[in-house]
Design a protein around this ligand. Structure first.
Ligand code: C6P
Length: 414
């Protein structure tokens, strides 16, 4: 059990008021809040040892380099990577996936090849592959979804077949919360010799993840969704796969020897990090990982399972008005509850909730095809993290009742 009240004290923003009400922050799938230790790590860097990395022999540069590389080691250990050479810093999940599309895919996907995605991908794991498929004459195939919001694997042996070169799948859906069987799908992909990319934007922040156990080739995630700063993301690439990849961006830092005519490449992973990297935010992500390790990722997951179950029970009070989207079984669901009302636009629900200090996301959540397939153009989404409480779920339900009294039944808010 987490000591949530004590955890909440570590997050300065949680003590603020919004529209006269204590903030109830339920938009964690979009970005998480930051504990003081992460904020302080940024201040420490800028006040104490701000310098460029891997470039200077002076003390500040060496201190910055040590902390920066220490953060990379922390990331590697956190996700079970065998070596920190497999950890490439990017800006976010989107850039991590694009890096694979602009490098590995250029060499390894050709005419007639197939790329397998699911029908619940975020645009970041769909649009880059549309371009690759178009440019290369390859075909995208989709794993469909059942009525209970899980992947329909009944035809998987024909979807993942000897023509498949890449299986690129979301671990936890940001729109409907489904936890996908990525380990099983990786095994199927490996049987036909395909590479596997996992979009872990919504899994790494919320549950233990072990990339070596999953057996994937690529794993992408963002620091800002896991208590870290914005502007820092991670691409894990299996060491032997990375060795054969061409660089993404070219310039300083990624080279070993340069002449006017030619250049050779630096060691891994610097070969993939042209220019001055995001030093402060990488160090900040290291501090976020320290914080999460102190809590324990299984404890984070257990707390969210409990809270999601509580929320699903609480939503039963509104079952005649709201339609919920996502698996009913919390064992295959992250801490995400998406819903809509047949006649009230989610933005209207979100606006009333905001007037009570409650932050949820409304819209298509960058999964337009998925949301459309649910028969709507938008949903409202509450997403939980380690600092959320059952009382906050009660406030959400109270806010929704008020919004529905007003929009669906014409009773003005108090
Ligand atoms: N989802 C949400 O509100 P970036 O923006 O690059 O850090 O992460 C992209 C991304 C990729 N995959 C999944 C599953 C995601 O959830 C996200 C980000 C946010 O749901 C912002 S759209």
């Amino acid at each position: 059990m987490l000591d949530v009240q004590s955890i909440r004290k570590d997050f300065p923003v949680l003590s603020r008021k919004v529209n006269g009400h204590p903030l109830v922050y339920l938009d964690n799938a979009a970005t998480s809040q930051k504990p003081s230790s992460v904020i302080q790590s940024l201040v420490d860097y800028y006040e104490g040892y701000n310098a460029n990395v891997h470039r200077g022999v002076h003390t500040l540069s060496m201190e910055a380099t040590d902390k920066f590389e220490e953060a990379r080691e922390k990331v590697a250990r956190f996700i079970g990577a065998e070596t920190s050479e497999s950890i490439i810093w990017t800006r976010n999940t989107s850039e991590s996936i694009n890096l694979v599309a602009y490098t590995w895919a250029q060499e390894n996907i050709g005419e007639g090849d197939e790329i397998v995605l699911t029908r619940m991908e975020h645009h970041s794991n769909l649009v880059p592959w549309q371009k690759v498929a178009r440019d290369k004459g390859a075909r995208i195939r989709f794993i469909p979804m059942t009525d209970d919001y899980t992947l329909d694997l009944s035809d998987i042996d024909s979807i993942i077949n000897p023509r498949t070169k890449l299986v690129s799948i979301v671990h936890v859906s940001n729109s409907i919360g489904t936890i996908n069987p990525v380990q099983e799908l990786t095994k199927l992909a490996k049987r036909v010799g395909a590479a596997v990319l996992i979009d872990g934007a919504q899994s790494v922040p919320h549950m233990p993840v072990d990339v070596a156990k999953l057996g994937c080739d690529f794993f992408a995630f963002s620091g800002h969704k896991m208590l870290g700063p914005t502007g820092i993301g991670v691409l894990y690439v299996k060491r032997d796969v990375l060795e054969d990849m061409e660089p993404f961006l070219r310039g300083g830092e990624m080279v070993l020897e340069v002449t006017y005519e030619d250049a050779s490449w630096n060691d891994l992973p610097m070969r993939f990090e042209a220019g001055t990297p995001n030093i402060a935010d990488a160090i900040g992500l290291g501090a976020a990982i320290d914080y999460l390790n102190d809590i324990g990722m299984q404890n984070v997951r257990d707390h969210e399972v409990q809270l999601t179950q509580y929320a699903l029970n609480a939503f039963k009070e509104l079952e005649e008005e709201l339609i919920l989207h996502g698996p009913v079984d919390v064992d295959v669901r992250g801490g995400i509850v998406s819903f809509h009302h047949p006649e009230v636009h989610p933005h209207d629900l979100g606006t009333i909730l905001d007037s009570r200090g409650i932050a949820v996301r409304t819209g298509h959540h960058c999964t337009m095809p998925l949301v459309k397939s649910l028969g709507v153009s938008a949903t409202a989404r509450a997403s939980f993290y380690l600092y959320n409480t059952e009382e906050e779920v009660d406030l959400l339900i109270g806010g929704l009742k008020e919004a529905l009294r007003y929009f669906a039944h014409g009773v003005a808010p108090a």
